[in-house]
Design a protein around this ligand. Structure first.
Ligand SMILES: O=P(O)(O)OC[C@H]1O[C@H](OP(=O)(O)OP(=O)(O)O)[C@H](O)[C@@H]1O
Ligand SMILES: O=c1[nH]c(=O)c2nc[nH]c2[nH]1
Ligand SMILES: [Mg+2]
Length: 165
């Protein structure tokens, strides 16, 4: 990552479900899609919600890793897209790629290279990667780290004004 992520944007399960549903609503005018390609692991949860809302039964995964905790490394493709879907994309079928967020855009670029005709959607977007995404719901600033509900646990929060309660 290019700049420190000194703000935080924690997302609850409720909020994530609502935002993913809002993304599904927005995607209704872009389909119908024959299949979803979820970018694991973060894209698996919104992909399940969107598949349910849009009645899509075929879900493929592509595994791309670029972060170790909050540090960006080089892009590694751990699992590519199966050849049937590569052929479907090349023949003009509408595929939908889903991820939880786009940050620098490195992951999105790698997956777009595999499926150049697919519609790319994320729940959240940061400015550096926004142009690589066709549809998203909420933008946060580049110096914000989004904390997803599957990475969080309930814990004590100090008062905003400082000190202890
Ligand atoms: O736009 P970028 O700068 O490439 O960052 C966005 C990607 O980073 C995160 O995935 P990560 O590589 O951490 O793997 P994970 O989904 O398994 O958590 C996130 O889920 C996106 O896929
Ligand atoms: O949980 C996450 N939050 C983020 O803001 C982010 N950016 C890249 N990868 C990320 N993972
Ligand atoms: Mg990811």
């Amino acid at each position: 990552m290019n700049q420190p992520q000194n703000k935080s944007f924690p997302v609850s399960w409720d909020q994530f479900h609502r935002d993913s549903r809002a993304l599904a609503w927005r995607l209704t005018s872009q389909g119908p899609f024959t299949a979803i390609v979820a970018i694991t692991r973060g894209g698996l949860v919104p992909a399940a919600i969107i598949a349910r809302e849009l009645n899509i039964r075929v879900i493929e995964s592509v595994s791309v890793k670029s972060y170790d905790h909050q540090n960006q490394g080089k892009i590694t493709v751990l699992k590519s897209v199966n050849s049937d879907l590569l052929a479907a994309d090349a023949s003009g079928q509408k595929l939908l790629i889903i991820d939880d967020l786009v940050d620098t855009g490195a992951t999105a670029r790698a997956v777009r290279d595999m499926l150049p005709n697919a519609h790319f959607a994320t729940v959240y977007a940061k400015p550096q990667g926004r142009e690589l995404v066709d549809t998203f719901i909420t933008e946060v600033s580049q110096d914000t780290w989004i904390f997803f509900p599957w990475d969080l646990d309930f814990t004590y929060a100090a008062p905003i004004a400082g000190g202890t309660d």
